[in-house]
Write a protein that binds this ligand. Structure first.
Ligand code: GDP
Length: 367
């Protein structure tokens, strides 16, 4: 009889026929307890921490469990993938426990970005997404910036109780935890893993003073993250290690920019205008006439317009248009998981394209 399996990573229905199509897993994978699709397998093996889907029972059990205890929730997001790295509904699950929101990867921000502006934006976005964090801060886990301040906030808000660190994959949760260990514990060999009651998941436990602990919960795969749609090798490109260098384009009406093959921006009306692109330095930007943009993508997505790669094209989501009229000067068009484009003057009409499921939003410029 046909049994239906789903991937513990992204929840997709597993199929064993077509390696190029979504949800593929080899036959041998069906014998395992936890079946994971090839796509998630790649992502999982790129990260160190076990990844589970947000809808996974185990993860919900952990969240419910946290809701029933008293502790501080530390939620890590990638400031370049704010919407893509969001854990929906966390406020509902964690009960009355306070949530400290930490934006990671501040080192990639151009120097001209005002951190306070970014923090204010994070507060507004969080509120819109139904989260009322007790505080918001910015860190670079890779460089160690803001880690001491974050540790102090954690210590203040935890009130002597346990701390649970949550976040989806690729936000830099492991890197953050490793920094925290040095900051709060001072030694590396005090870490233990503890089996969370009623689940198959291990939490990494870092002892704090007065018998409390800091728990690292498993990273979750958010299947609408840009990072989820590209090859493992291209993930590096989407997780820059260096400050973004702005690239300026003077555009005429009806011109289009392609950001690799991952996203596209059509400048429709508003006269000649300069657009400032803050996207990973290694991602190639192609300019074309708007009337040629569709056929260019049909012909060259996966080669000239890359990432994605040729092999990814079957599963890479369609680019979906989002139309905007820029109301205020100095507005950022934010492509979640990629970066943003600053438009300096109001009254411009644009269409921003991103893979289906990937968020595009406007915000007041951070600079
Ligand atoms: P996790 O899946 O949330 O545990 O994320 P990792 O800690 O494995 O990090 C995911 C990717 O982001 C890796 O490529 C890290 O090198 C990178 N990363 C993590 N923290 C930072 C940071 O503060 N700045 C930058 N530029 N990259 C970071």
């Amino acid at each position: 009889s046909e049994q239906q399996f789903s991937c513990i990573g992204c929840g997709v229905s597993i199929q064993t026929e077509d390696p190029k199509k979504l949800g593929f897993a080899p036959e041998s994978a069906l014998e395992k307890d936890d079946i994971i699709c090839q796509r998630c397998f790649r992502l999982k093996n790129y990260n160190e921490i076990q990844d589970v889907s947000l809808t996974d029972d185990d993860f919900l059990k952990i969240l419910h469990g946290i809701g029933e205890t008293n502790g501080l929730i530390v939620k890590i997001v990638d400031i370049f993938d704010f919407n893509g790295s969001w854990l929906q509904g966390i406020q509902r699950f964690v009960g009355g426990n306070p949530i400290l929101l930490i934006g990671n990867k501040s080192d990639i921000l151009p120097k001209s970005v005002k951190h306070q502006k970014l923090i204010n934006w994070m507060k507004r976005e969080a509120k819109e997404l139904g989260l009322k964090p007790i505080d918001v801060c910015l860190v670079s886990s890779a460089r160690g910036h803001g880690i001491r301040e974050a540790a102090e906030l954690i210590d203040m808000y935890r009130n002597g109780q346990d701390v649970y660190v949550v976040g989806c994959t690729n936000v830099g949760k492991s890197t953050f935890i490793n920094r925290m260990i040095k900051e709060v514990a001072g030694v590396n060999d005090v870490i233990t893993t503890s089996h969370y009651p009623g689940t198959t998941l291990d939490l990494i436990e870092i002892p704090l003073e007065n018998g409390a602990s800091l728990y690292d919960t498993p990273g979750i795969i958010n299947h609408h993250q840009m990072a989820h749609f590209v090859d493992k090798q291209d993930l590096k490109l989407l997780s820059p290690k260096k400050e973004l260098k702005p690239k300026v384009f003077q555009l005429n009406e009806n011109q289009t920019l392609y950001f690799g093959g991952l996203a596209r921006l059509d400048y429709v009306t508003g006269g000649r205008e300069s657009l400032v692109c803050y996207i990973p330095n290694e991602l190639t930007i192609h300019r074309t006439k708007r009337e040629n943009a569709d056929s260019l993508y049909e012909k060259h997505a996966g080669e000239m317009l890359t990432p994605p790669r040729k092999d990814d094209m079957d599963t890479f989501p369609k680019l979906i248009p989002h139309e905007f009229t820029i109301k205020e000067g100095k507005t950022d068009v934010v492509f979640s998981g990629l970066g943003w484009v600053t438009i300096n003057n109001p009254g411009k009409k644009i269409v921003a394209f991103a893979p289906q499921g990937v968020n595009v939003t406007l915000r007041k410029s951070l600079i």
